[in-house]
Design a binder for this molecule. Structure first.
Ligand SMILES: Nc1nc2c(ncn2[C@@H]2O[C@H](COP(=O)(O)OP(=O)(O)OP(=O)(O)O)[C@@H](O)[C@H]2O)c(=O)[nH]1
Ligand SMILES: [Mg+2]
Length: 468
């Protein structure tokens, strides 16, 4: 079994497998450049190459058979992504070419890189802290400009500096406590018992730290929304124009649209961006009391999906008006507690909107999927509904927390600092309070990776893609 943490030469395809103009195979580790040179048409040139230079030549297979023309970018320790010697091989992007090049590298002594192993080495060699290492994956998976911008700021170290600043404050609180505990017994006894109990030097600073940490923890909801996105489900009676609206929002003729009701059976989905939020939009089968077994199954699946929705768009056909089934659905338990937007569709064909019952649980957006009128206002409303679920999580200019690992550690630190303050309020002595503060400091250290265990690192980097 191979573990992270050695410096053996590793190689992996860093670009997606498949046909493309180019593929990049990444290598790093001990003697990486020398090993590669043995399977390269210009070995001396490669061995002598300075860091951050590019060497042209051919990758060679068994019996020095030419495999492909390549440009090799040479990196020398410590000035490389991993902090080790390494080279990126740019060759042509094809299955067979890449396969042959990787086989050659195996023969040369490289092993396959584990997921995230390049970034793991970068972390171990002090090239980046854990918040920045995590942001590398965020950049790779960002679906919208806003998600990407947040990840770039974390990669630039904005979150790292913020965590370090909070930690510094907390260390000042702890240092005050430790200093007091370090007093010799005699000196300590000079302070009266009343003064000793509940005495927490820098109590105000501790409160400030608690507020900072709580704000950071709350930011996770909104960052998660931008990173992972939300599910928006389109529901409604057959023929209401759900698929037409879906196509309009996706800006593509994805779903079948027909005059006859019961056109959509299996639900289908597509990713769209709604004011920077990645949204997985789903079109479902029209809900009604169907006797057709297949249609029934489709309706059931659609209703199941609504359970996972962050926002439901309920489409009503304006040319029909609010039917009994609509009112029944809108007031049913299926959507209880979910943000719901009622969409009065086909407004082009039925310009008048009747007075609607006051007890409907949703506001109404008038749109025409056919002409596009009202769709902009609808998307603004969707963004509002999604952000509304995360009210109070925005931090203005300041960057938030994007990984569940970081969030869990901040929650633990919040708990410990809150405990310490409570104990101080209750008049506990400093020796009782100190362990909570120490644990909180460790939690913050774990976020950036100053404090880390091999297990945590393996789990974290194991979720990366290979070649990263
Ligand atoms: N005039 C007008 N017709 C529309 C509009 N939206 C949809 N339609 C028409 O309504 C019919 C049904 O549209 P679909 O989008 O297939 O409706 P659906 O809700 O997906 O229907 P099912 O999949 O059967 O549940 C089609 O003939 C569309 O052209 C609209 O905004 N205005
Ligand atoms: Mg449909």
């Amino acid at each position: 079994m191979i573990f992270y943490g050695d410096d053996s030469p590793i190689a992996a395809l860093a670009t997606p497998p498949g046909q493309g103009a180019l593929a990049v195979i990444r290598t790093s580790g001990k003697n990486a450049i020398e090993l590669l040179a043995d399977h390269f048409s210009a070995p001396q040139k490669l061995k002598a190459a300075a860091g951050n230079t590019v060497v042209y030549g051919w990758m060679l297979g068994k019996n020095r058979v030419r495999l492909d023309e390549a440009l090799v970018s040479v990196y020398r320790a410590p000035k490389s992504y991993t902090g080790e010697d390494g080279a990126d091989i740019s060759c042509h992007g094809g299955y067979a070419v890449v396969q042959a090049a990787l086989e050659t590298l195996h023969e040369a002594g490289f092993r396959d890189a584990l997921p995230g192993e390049f970034t793991f080495r970068a972390f171990m060699n002090g090239k980046l802290d854990l918040t920045r290492a995590e942001s590398v994956m965020e950049i790779v998976s960002a679906k919208t400009g806003k998600a990407h911008a947040g990840a770039v700021r974390r990669l630039s170290g904005d979150l790292e500096s913020e965590i370090r600043a909070i930690k510094e404050k907390l260390v000042r609180v702890l240092a005050g406590v430790e200093l007091f505990l370090d007093y010799s017994e005699d000196e300590f006894m000079e302070v009266g018992a009343d003064e000793r109990s509940g005495m927490l030097p820098e109590r105000e600073l501790a409160r400030e730290v608690l507020a900072d940490l709580r704000e950071l923890a709350a930011s996770f909801r909104i960052e998660k929304l931008y990173q992972e996105g939300a599910l928006v489900v389109i529901a409604g009676r057959p023929n209401a124009g759900k698929s037409s609206l879906f196509n309009r929002l996706v800006k593509e003729d994805r779903a079948l649209v027909a005059e006859s009701p019961g056109t959509t059976r299996d639900w289908l989905e597509a990713w769209i961006a709604v004011e920077g939020i990645p949204v997985r939009l789903a079109d479902t089968a029209g809900i009604w009391d169907s006797s057709d077994a297949v249609e029934k199954a489709g309706i059931k699946r659609g209703i199941e999906l609504i359970k996972y929705a962050d926002v439901v768009l309920y489409i009503v056909d304006a040319t029909v008006g609010l039917a009994g089934e609509d009112a029944q659905f809108l007031c049913s338990g299926d959507i209880e507690g979910k943000p719901l937007i009622m969409v009065w569709n086909k407004s082009d064909a039925a310009p008048e909107m009747p007075e609607l019952p006051a007890d409907l649980p949703a506001g109404v957006e008038r749109v025409s999927a056919k002409t596009g009128v009202g769709v902009l206002s609808l998307t603004a409303r969707i963004a509002e509904a999604l952000a509304g679920r995360n009210a109070g999580a925005e931090r203005g200019d300041r960057i938030g927390v994007a990984s569940a690992r970081q969030k869990a550690l901040i929650d633990r630190a919040v708990e410990q600092v809150a405990d310490a303050l409570n104990m101080a309020d209750k008049g506990e002595t400093l020796d009782i309070i100190a362990p909570s503060l120490r644990e909180a400091v460790d939690c913050l250290g774990e976020i950036t990776g100053e404090v880390s265990t091999a297990d945590i690192l393996e789990v974290m980097f194991g979720s990366f893609c290979v070649g990263k």
